[in-house]
Design a protein around this ligand. Structure first.
Ligand code: ATP
Ligand code: MG
Length: 343
């Protein structure tokens, strides 16, 4: 694997994934990447592109959750002049720009049904037309789709097309959460330490006891959360505050499963510890937010764009809060390393 970041995916859990990537890189097959937020889906997609014969061409990414339907259609397929209000000139879409390269469709589970039908047509026939146009455009793009949604549940709820699901799911790669490959934590910490020390001109180290805490922690935000923790250590010049915060998270347990504000006992690490009213208020506020966000997300089947609208916060702010609150998509099936190679 040429990608330096992939060199860090060293655990036995990642070995089958590395093997699979090497095997499918040379082919044109569509790949579906699944995994919790922050597990490295984009890193893997880029590694796959770099290892493929398309490496010299474009790798482009479109986040299907970031744009409303009409804009997403134009982003993917382009538009002709006058196709809609504001379409002052013709604009090619990402399918054209990524010709002979790789296109990553991130958050594929958020794609509106109408566009799913258009995407299926492109995948089947290798051609499409721009919005407002009739000209048929041929396309040769390797597609990588990614999601942290339970696509099977979306299918049952008629929010995701079954035929598209099977068309995308030729090769499925499930990236395990960081808590299931803790042996990679020290290597990742060293990698991020080097990166941020170089970036900020520092020489900060992580003491052994903090490293043990890092290995023990369940990292609900996965590698992204670990990366941010190391960044904070380097910026602050000391590991202590981050160490204390993570111990607090560990004491609170991996994920409070259901509503109910934290008790005083949960807010402090030991019975003799001082009780900070401020801290209790902060935690209660955070927990109330967590419960509200989870309820809304469940209600809209984890359509985060919709949830952000209902909660009246930006999509980006919601993603941040999902990680901060340790909310992750619940898998319907037990975690399994499913690798399906179509015959
Ligand atoms: N193997 C790795 N080595 C080093 N850094 C990594 C690795 N995997 C992921 N990262 C870093 O972790 C962060 C999250 O990775 P990435 O964006 O690929 O995750 P994701 O699964 O696409 O997350 P999301 O579902 O939230 O989009 C990025 O900053 C990335 O650089
Ligand atoms: Mg991503």
């Amino acid at each position: 694997m040429s990608e330096p970041l992939m060199a860090l995916c060293t655990s036995s859990k990642m070995q089958p994934i590395r093997d699979l990537i090497s095997k499918v890189a040379s082919t044109n097959t569509t790949v579906l990447l699944r995994g919790e937020s922050g597990t490295g889906k984009e890193v893997l997609a880029r590694a796959l592109h770099k290892a493929s014969p398309r490496a010299g061409r474009q790798f482009l990414k479109v986040n299907c959750a970031a744009l409303p339907g009409e804009l997403l259609e134009s982003e993917l397929f382009g538009h002709e002049k006058g196709a809609f209000t504001g379409a002052y000139r013709q604009k090619p879409g990402k399918f054209e720009a990524a010709h002979q390269g790789t296109l990553m469709l991130d958050e594929i589970g958020e794609m509106p049904l109408r566009l799913q039908a258009k995407l299926l047509h492109v995948l089947q026939d290798g051609e499409f037309s721009r919005v407002g146009g009739e000209k048929i455009i041929d396309t040769d793009v390797r597609l990588i789709a990614a999601t942290n949604r339970d696509l099977e549940a979306s299918m049952r709820a008629h929010q995701f097309r079954e035929d598209l699901y099977y068309r995308l799911n030729v090769i499925e790669i499930r990236i395990p959460p960081l808590r299931e490959r803790r042996e990679e934590v020290p290597g990742l910490v060293d990698f991020f330490l080097k990166k941020f020390n170089a970036q900020y001109g520092r020489a900060v180290d992580i003491p052994a006891d903090t490293m043990r805490v890092f290995v023990d922690y369940h990292w609900p935000g996965n590698i992204r959360e670990l990366e941010n923790a190391v960044k904070r250590v380097v910026v602050l010049g000391t590991a202590r505050p981050v160490h204390t915060e993570i111990i607090g998270n560990i004491n609170r347990g991996p994920r409070v499963t259901m509503p109910g504000l934290p008790s005083v006992a949960a807010a402090v690490a030991s019975p003799d510890a001082p009780i900070s009213l401020k801290e209790i208020a902060r935690q209660a506020a955070r927990e109330a937010e967590r419960v509200a966000i989870k309820e809304v997300l469940d209600r809209v089947h984890w359509n985060r764009a919709k949830a952000a609208r209902l909660l009246q916060i930006s999509y980006k702010a919601l993603l941040y809060k999902i990680v901060q609150c340790g909310l992750v998509v619940q898998e319907t099936e037990p975690e399994k390393q499913k690798e399906v190679i179509a015959s």
